[in-house]
Design a protein around this ligand. Structure first.
Ligand code: AMP
Length: 134
C-alpha cells in the first residue's frame, strides 16, 4: 500500500505544499514544532533515508537546502535545524525546523496548532520565497 507521503505526492490527499522538483517534494508538517516546520521527501517511496541511492540522496539535500533558505527568509530564527526520525511514516523524510534553542527541536515538546488558513498562508509565503531564490 502506498505511504501517506506517496499519496500526497500523487495529489490523492492534500498537503500544504512548499515546492517540488522532478524528484523531491516539500510540504508543511501538520504537527509542527515551529512555524515553518517542513518535511522534505523523495517522490520515490523509499522507507529509510540511508537506503536512498547517492544521486537522489544528493538531490534531496540540495533541494532541502534551498527550501531551508526559503524558510529562513520567512521565519525569524537563529537557523534551520534538521532532523531525521522516520519512526512514524515509512517514507524517507527530512524535518526542517526553525530553531533558536535546542529545545525547539525536541520532539517531546507539544506541537503547535495552526488553522487551515494559517497553514496555507505560511506555505504560500515560504513557497514564494523559494521561487525567488536562484
Ligand atoms: P517521523 O516519521 O517520526 O519523522 O514523523 C512523521 C512526521 O510526519 C510527523 O512529524 C507528522 O506530524 C508528519 N505527518 C504525518 N502525516 C502528515 C501529513 N498528512 N501531512 C503533513 N505531515 C504529516
Amino acid at each position: 500500500m502506498a505511504s501517506i507521503f506517496t499519496k500526497i505526492v500523487n495529489g490523492e490527499i492534500p498537503s500544504y505544499k512548499i515546492a517540488e522538483n522532478e524528484k523531491c517534494y516539500a510540504f508543511l508538517d501538520i504537527n509542527p514544532l515551529a512555524k515553518g516546520h517542513t518535511l522534505v521527501i523523495p517522490k520515490e517511496e523509499i522507507d529509510y533515508l540511508f537506503d536512498i541511492e547517492d544521486d537522489l540522496y544528493k538531490d534531496l539535500f540540495a533541494f532541502g537546502k534551498k527550501v531551508a533558505k526559503a524558510i529562513e527568509t520567512v521565519v525569524t530564527c537563529k537557523r534551520i535545524g534538521i532532523a531525521v526520525l522516520g519512526l512514524e511514516v515509512p517514507h524517507a523524510h527530512v524535518h526542517l525546523i526553525p530553531i533558536n534553542t535546542i529545545y525547539d527541536i525536541d520532539f517531546k515538546q507539544p506541537k503547535l496548532k495552526f488553522s487551515e488558513e494559517e497553514f496555507k498562508e505560511i506555505a504560500a509565503e515560504i513557497s514564494e520565497a523559494y521561487e525567488k531564490l536562484a
